[in-house]
Design a protein around this ligand. Sequence first.
Ligand SMILES: NC(=O)c1ccc[n+]([C@@H]2O[C@H](COP(=O)([O-])OP(=O)(O)OC[C@H]3O[C@@H](n4cnc5c(N)ncnc54)[C@H](OP(=O)(O)O)[C@@H]3O)[C@@H](O)[C@H]2O)c1
Length: 350
Amino acid sequence: MRAWQVVRHGRPSHALKLRDVEPATPGPGQLLVKARASVLNYNEVDGCHGRYLTINPPLPYTLGMECVGEVVAAGPGEEAWIGRQVTSSGFGAVGAHADIVLASAAMTFDIPPGLNDAQAAAFFYPFHLAHLGLFERGRLTAGETVLVHAAAGGVGSAAVQLALAAGASVIATVGNEEKAAFVRALGAHHVVNYRAADFAETALEITGGSGVDVCFDGVGGETMLQSLRCLARGGRHLTIGFASGIEAEEVPMVNGRMLCFGNFDLIGVILAYTPPTIVGKIAGASNMPVPRFNPPTTDIAQSVQNHLLELLAAGKIRPLVGAEVPFTELPQALEAMEARETIGRVVLLR
Ligand SMILES: NC(=O)c1ccc[n+]([C@@H]2O[C@H](COP(=O)([O-])OP(=O)(O)OC[C@H]3O[C@@H](n4cnc5c(N)ncnc54)[C@H](OP(=O)(O)O)[C@@H]3O)[C@@H](O)[C@H]2O)c1
């Protein structure tokens, strides 16, 4: 089968090679998915460069976090999935840009009714991650104000839609005017081009000086530090990702004084559903570059999925496919993402 493998580190067109490899045999907790689509995730840009230390397998390895297709084989205990049309995550958050994907059963869902493959591919990760951030971790309620960074991106645009559906007031930041128009059309109340204006000053003006209740931050680094200038008392800063430079993941940035005087919460968010029976066993695993790994469990996954399906059926959210590209054009598509040229989700079709 064909698989896009990282064979050396560098920009995607340098790092990636389309190779012929053997499909894996699924073990416990694993499925084999015959993929019809996979989708780009910003983490893959960092994976190509070899600077994403959280997921950094030895070379060569197959890139790709998310796919859509049919389950054609399953590990012991997972046979009920066989024959189902699913949206899924590559096992270990790799392997999805291939014809046949070794997938995680805990990160697999039936394709929501009414969605085609590209829409299904654009649905799972952005909406689950945004839901976990805004509600399970961020405790966002109606009437609160949320600042969403990179709001035209795959995850950001899902966060905007979910926040609006929950009755929150949305201040969105974007990197150019085309993205600003896109996010306005989604219904964001205020849109700031943060390459042209000071978004923290603008957010303070909009909130009459009190600041935002929640900041949904997939950009990180300096954007995170600047965001703390406009976070309200009792506010929640959601650390979603580090699109401005994954190196920021390694740098201690907030000191105790900032936290005490800010009187706000800094909140981490990870999308890595795990069966409750396994969570305790992996929490302190020594092969993870963190002191503690506390992933959300599969029962949380199901309750998030149920709520998302309700919102989808009610027309309150919709997956945003910014581009559909042929499977053979993954490197170019990832380079467009790195250059901040993409909007919504970019889907790779077989
Ligand atoms: N926590 C988790 O479990 C988890 C899982 C998956 C992904 N993520 C993270 O979620 C975030 C969003 O992912 P996505 O796939 O939806 O990506 P995306 O938002 O579609 O693309 C990244 C966006 O980040 C913004 N950006 C700001 N500074 C940038 C810079 N220096 N270089 C490149 N882009 C920059 C750009 O938008 P503007 O031009 O509008 O600024 C760009 O379009 C990423 O940080 C990703 O790593 C987290």
